[in-house]
Design a protein around this ligand. Structure first.
Ligand code: HEC
Length: 165
């Protein structure tokens, strides 16, 4: 009789332990899902210039990241920093700094190369005035003003994408 009781107590212990393990795993699964949803929600709004028109022809061209690096150094580094790493002050803007492009805003990024290129293209084509009283630095409309050719824009897009693989 005594032996049987020992077995029952042991079994009870095993059941309690498995329940504890299950509870621990069950607890972490919903937390992970919430995290994913939160990240998804953050990106329901892709940053877009307020005065954007349709994407430029650059999106349909094949960009060369090496040529794009030269375009970037000559036209973008002054505001977005060396290799897009940021750290450039923008007094008068709410952000206080020019956004870095390396890493780029997660909401501009996409696993779909055409979507990613289009998100970058709209800023490079049309530029934008950052929020704030009197932002010292504003994103120029390189495409609209014809400062860069569509091929140069395709190249610089390829370069920025290569920095954010
Ligand atoms: C005179 C400064 C200046 C130059 C030069 C400049 N930018 Fe910008 N750029 C900005 C500012 C300021 C913003 C933020 C605009 C806003 O808040 O809407 C910006 C935003 C962007 C964005 C959107 C980033 C985000 O997080 O929303 C991209 C992409 C971009 N620039 C790419 C480029 C590229 C590529 C070049 C070079 C061809 C370039 N920029 C040159 C000032 C500049």
């Amino acid at each position: 009789m005594k032996k049987k009781w020992v077995i029952w107590i042991l079994l009870f212990g095993v059941v309690l332990l498995s329940l504890a393990v299950l509870a621990a795993c069950g607890g972490s699964t919903p937390a992970a899902t919430t995290g994913e949803q939160a990240a998804g929600e953050e990106c329901t709004e892709i940053p877009k210039p307020t005065n954007a028109g349709s994407p430029g022809a650059a999106v349909g061209l094949t960009g060369d990241p090496t040529a794009g690096e030269t375009v970037f150094s000559a036209n973008c580094t002054v505001c977005h920093g060396d290799q897009g790493k940021g750290g450039v002050d923008n007094p008068g803007s709410d952000d206080g700094t020019v956004p870095e492009l390396n890493p780029v805003d997660a909401c501009l990024k996409s696993t779909d190369a055409t979507v990613f290129a289009t998100n970058l293209d709209l800023f490079i084509e049309y530029g934008n005035v950052p929020e704030g009283e009197s932002p010292a630095k504003q994103m120029p409309a390189f495409g609209k003003q014809g400062t860069l050719t569509q091929q140069q824009i395709a190249d610089v897009i390829a370069y920025v994408m290569s920095l954010n693989k």
